[in-house]
Write a protein that binds this ligand. Sequence first.
Ligand SMILES: [Zn+2]
Length: 313
Amino acid sequence: MNFKSIVDLLTYFSDETKAVEYYENIRWGDEPACPHCGSVKPYKTNRGYKCREKECHKKFTVRTGTIFENSKIPFRVWFAAIYLATSSSKGVSSVQLARQVGVTQKTAWFVLHRIREMLKDKAPTMLGEKSAVEADEAYIGQKDQNKHFNKRRSADNKLLTNDGSPYKDKRAVLGVIERNGKVVLKHVPNATKENMVAFIEKHVPKGSKLYTDEFRGYASLGRTYDHATVKHALNVYVAGDVHTNTIENFWSILKRGLYGIYHSVSDKHLERYLDEFAARFNNRLLGEEGKFVKFLEDSESPLSYKRLTGRPV
Ligand SMILES: [Zn+2]
């Protein structure tokens, strides 16, 4: 295929049959498998396939058990949406997507949420085996989004903005990032010491080189990690290798994206947006088409899979 733009992609997939074949090849190779029981070599029908197993005998299409299930939206719209949502570092809003591919905003919103489900990392990512890791917390707010703050805290440990007023409407996001590598994010109700330590221990193997700021939530990490802290309170931001610039840069991409494109993100959806930003960042070195294929390979829906098999994934 070798597409380099949205126009190339829409032209290539203007024929739905061609798009179905393309996706069948990515999902199954040349051997379609029943998503209900896993049996291969089904009958081909007018609309898709029928399972050959006596106990099963169910109909399915290439969409069954994927993020495309129960949707009549043509693949070219889905594919264009995946391309647009993953090719720029900030993503695309439902308003922009609706305009660019000619669907309603409601359809675009549905499509983008399904795509975020696809982008969610299915297994815990481990960081720090090859390079140093930085951990930090960020606060995503709606009302105070334009106020700068450097994690100042009041005497009773409340966050303060730079003008000394309390930081309202905060939602804490924890992040760990490898220098020149991947990021993992989590939305937590509070950036407590327990939340931070549990999150870091889940994603960073013991003994790794770890950099954080001097916030006291991180103080105990020295027992498990080769831990060094940046003295932000003393206005020291870089001391040799000791800095948290990698994660600070990531926070600025995330905040510009969330505030610029999505305007305000409800609590309920923040986790999904975080998945989207992490997936884009973690696959940034793949080419446009490489990224597209990689994401399509992950498009089997964990929700559908769980529903179909009764097993958690
Ligand atoms: Zn079957």
